[in-house]
Design a protein around this ligand. Structure first.
Ligand code: 6CS
Length: 311
């Protein structure tokens, strides 16, 4: 029997490496085989999610950045500075968090999805045409964000003009100046050649890219207990691998960008320069609660407690 697994990136990007590890574990420990569908082969992120919900795909990797309409609570990751910068803390959080591993599991299940793991892809950096040293530099900047209502609010409160777009329109949008900025982890700025169409990379520390791997729930619940365990073990093995793997990319891929484009301006904002971005957090958090009500508030409280407990 063959299982189909789609994700939002290429085979050599973080989600592709996770998927490859998952596939290797399943195939080494069972008679199942897995067919991988990288970004673009079955459409955009929204398309692969529909296919997974319909049961055409058994597995899908979709980031909360695109899951906002389906599961509004998943937008919690876009409250600025909610996640720690410390990679080890972050890994412990994703591994042990009740909010992630129990509460979100229930919310995804309500949408016909068995949440297997959430994992980090790296600190998000802004890439723009003009320098960003403080929030006021974002004034009038059309800034591409993933199609996520809270992320729109985040960039509004940063002072930008947020423009939600699927990934496929970002490179061309920057090239033609329809947008003047976007955010993504360092490895992705290199692998997708976004550095070619922007001149400034700015580290504000406001976010770490979170993603999620899930199974179609009907498919999953019909598996034998042993096969469910096999899937869980594969997801866990890939998680342990990717946590270390993506950490190294923060430096190696930035070096590659510097080599490919020596005149790229790379800035790590000081605490003082970050202050206005930090000040936006309270407003965005209030928006999140407004959008998601009691359920969102409960997740937010749990998530904060989990972050504290995994320090
Ligand atoms: O910004 C995006 O749309 C994309 N960013 C990453 C790191 N992965 C997939 C996603 O589509």
């Amino acid at each position: 029997e063959q299982w189909k697994y789609a994700f939002e990136e290429s085979l050599t990007e973080v989600q592709g490496v996770y998927a490859t590890k998952f596939k290797e574990h399943i195939e080494a420990n069972s008679d199942y085989t897995i067919q991988l569908f990288p970004y673009g082969t079955l459409g955009e992120s929204a398309d692969i999610m529909e296919q997974a919900q319909a049961g055409i795909l058994q597995f899908v990797n979709q980031s909360p950045g695109f899951t906002g309409a389906l599961i509004p609570e998943a937008q919690v990751f876009f409250i600025p500075y909610i996640l720690p910068a410390d990679q080890d803390h972050l890994a412990r959080f994703f591994k042990e968090s009740k909010a992630v591993n129990e509460d979100f599991k229930t919310l995804y299940a309500d949408q016909g999805l068995e949440l297997l793991k959430m994992y980090p892809e790296g600190e998000v950096a802004m890439t723009t045409k003009e320098a960003i040293n403080t929030c006021s530099d974002l004034d009038g900047v059309k800034f591409r964000v993933m199609t996520n209502p809270l992320l729109v609010e985040t960039y509004k409160s940063f002072g930008a003009t947020p423009t939600p777009l699927p990934w496929g329109e970002v490179y061309g949008g920057l090239q033609t100046n329809i947008i003047q900025g976007q955010e993504n982890p360092t490895f992705y700025l290199y692998s997708t050649k976004i550095y070619e169409v922007t001149d400034h990379i700015t580290y504000t520390g406001h976010s770490n890219f979170t993603t999620a791997i899930m199974a179609n729930q009907d498919f999953y619940s019909e598996l034998s207990e042993a096969d469910q365990q096999l899937v869980q073990d594969a997801a866990a093995a890939a998680f342990d691998y990717i946590v270390e793997y993506q950490k190294a990319l923060e430096t190696t891929e930035l070096e590659k960008i510097k080599a490919a484009k020596p005149d790229m301006n790379i800035t790590v904002l000081s605490d003082e320069q970050r202050q206005c971005f930090k000040d936006a957090a309270a407003e965005v958090e209030a928006k999140f609660v407004e959008m998601t009500g009691d359920s969102g508030n409960a997740i937010l409280t749990q998530l904060k407690a989990d972050l504290e407990a995994t320090k």
